[in-house]
Design a protein around this ligand. Sequence first.
Ligand SMILES: NC(=O)C1=CN([C@@H]2O[C@H](COP(=O)(O)OP(=O)(O)OC[C@H]3O[C@@H](n4cnc5c(N)ncnc54)[C@H](OP(=O)(O)O)[C@@H]3O)[C@@H](O)[C@H]2O)[C@@H](O)CC1
Ligand SMILES: [K+]
Length: 516
Amino acid sequence: MPAAASALLTTVEMGEADRLTIASGTPGIVLMENAGRAVADAVARRDPPGSRVAVVAGPGNNGGDGFVAARLLAERGFRVTLLLVGSPDRLKGDAAAAAARWTGPVVPAAPEALAGAHVVVDALFGAGLDRPVEGLPRAMIEAMNAAAGQGARVVAVDLPSGINGTTGAVMGVAVTAEESVTFFRGKPGHWLLPGRLHRGRLTVADIGIPDAVLATVRPRCVLVDADFAREAVPVPRLAGHKYSRGHAVVVSGGASTTGAARLAARAALRAGAGLVTLASPPDAMAVVAAASLAVMVRAVDGAAALADLLADARFNAVALGPGLGVGAATRDLVLAALAGPRAVVLDADALTSFSGAPEDLFAALRKRAGQATVLTPHDGEFSRLFGHLDAVREAPSKLDRTRAAARAAAAVVLCKGADTVIADLDGRAAINTNAPAHLATAGAGDVLTGIIAGLCAQGAGAFEAAAAAAWLHGAAATEVGPGLIAEDLSEAMPSVYARLFDPLAAPRAARAGGLR
Ligand SMILES: NC(=O)C1=CN([C@@H]2O[C@H](COP(=O)(O)OP(=O)(O)OC[C@H]3O[C@@H](n4cnc5c(N)ncnc54)[C@H](OP(=O)(O)O)[C@@H]3O)[C@@H](O)[C@H]2O)[C@@H](O)CC1
Ligand SMILES: [K+]
C-alpha cells in the first residue's frame, strides 16, 4: 500500500498498536498522559485560561484521557468540572491511575451539570464502544449536543462518543463535536459517513507510538491523499512516446447519447493516456467525429466488431457504460471487452445491464481475475448488482460492503458517494473524501470513468488507478470551483497535475522521497 502516513486504523488495529508500543517499553500511562495533553492543548489553542471546561469522562481509557486533560487544564488556569459516568471505584488500570492524579472533585454526571460550560471535553467513549448507547450515557451525549447548541465548543477525545471508530456508524446517538483529537493515525470512522459529519475538525496527535508498529499491524485501509495520487500516477518517461503511454478505448452509445462517452474519452486523454479512441456505432460516427479532435474515432457495430477491434493488443484499456443504454446489446459489449488481456472499466449502463443477472457478470470477471478490472457503481447501481449477497447485506460499513463486493466480483470496486470507497479483492481498501459538493453534477461520473481508464492505459494497477482517479477528480473539481460543469473537469487536469508534480508545491515528505 502506498503512503503509510495516511493509513487508517480500525479500533482493533489501534489496540494492537497500543499493545506493541507498551510491550516495547512505553508504559500505557505514558501514552495516556500524552493523549490527555494533546486534548488539553486542543482546548487551550482556542479557549483562554479562565474558561469553564466540563470534562465528561466515561468508565474506560477514553475517560482516563479525560482525567489527564482535566488535570492539565486546571493546572493551566481553566475552571474545570470533572463529570464521571459510572463509579470511580470501577475505574481500572491506566484510567484508575489517571483518576488518582486528579485532585479535584469527581462529580457524578448529570445533564444539567453542563450548564454554563464554554468548552465540553467528550471523554465518554472512544475505541471501546461496543453496543448502542442508552440510559445516562445517552442523556449525557444529548446534553453535550444541547450545550453545543448553546454555544459551547465540544472537543471529542479520540472519537465523538457514540461513533464507531471502525465503521463510522452512530450507535444509537452520537456527539457532534467541533474538533476531535485522535491518536497516532485517523480511524475509518473519522472519514466514513455518518462519522465524518460528527467529528468536526480532525487533529491527529503523536502520543509516542512509533511508526514501526505499522509493519506488524499491517492496516488494510488508507485515506487517499496527494501523496497516494503522486505515487499512483505513472509519470511519462522522457524517452517514451505516445504508444508507451497506452491506448484507451471508450465505447460510445448511439447518435443521441454520445456525450457521456465523449466526456470519458477526453478525461482519459487528459489523465495521460497516449492515445484514446472512441468506438462508435456507425450511426453516431458523424456526431462523435465532429466533436472530437485529439480523440480518434472508429466505427464499431456491436460486440463482434468490438472484439475484432480489441484483438489489436495496443488497445490496453477499455471503458464502457456511460451513455451505452441498458440491455442485451450492452451486456454483449461488456462480455466482449472482458474476454481479453486488457484493463476494463465498467460504469453506469454497463453495470445496470447486469442487474437482473449479476452472476453472469461475476462469472466473466472471475475468469479474468488478476487482470485490471474496475467497477464504479453509485449507491443505486451498487445495490442492484450486489444487494442480494449476504456478505454485502451483513457488512457493518460501506468499507466492508465494498470489500465484500470486490471479493464477489473478483474486481476492484469503487463505490461512489461523499465517502467514496475503493476496495481490491485482496481486502486492501481506500477512502476518498476529496470531493467538493459541487462535484455532484451531470456527467461527472463519466469523467471519473475516463480518468481511471487513462491511468490504467498508462500501466497503473486497477486499485491504484481507481483510488488516485477519485482523488484527481475531486482535485479537478476544487480547481474549477462552484459553477463547475462536467466538461470543466478534464480541462482542470493539467493544473492538478502541475500542482501534484511541482516539487515546490509538494509536501516535504514527498520531496525527500524524490519525485519520479
Ligand atoms: N493504553 C491505551 O490503550 C490507550 C488508549 N487510549 C484511549 O483509550 C480509549 C479506548 O479505551 P477503552 O478500550 O477502555 O474503551 P472506551 O472507549 O474508554 O470505552 C470502554 C468502556 O465503555 C463501556 N462501554 C462500551 N460501550 C458502552 C455502551 N454502549 N454503554 C455503556 N458503556 C459502554 C465499557 O464498559 P463494559 O463493556 O465493561 O460495560 C468500557 O468500560 C481510546 O479511545 C483512547 O481514548 C489512549 O489513552 C492512548 C492509550
Ligand atoms: K469520546
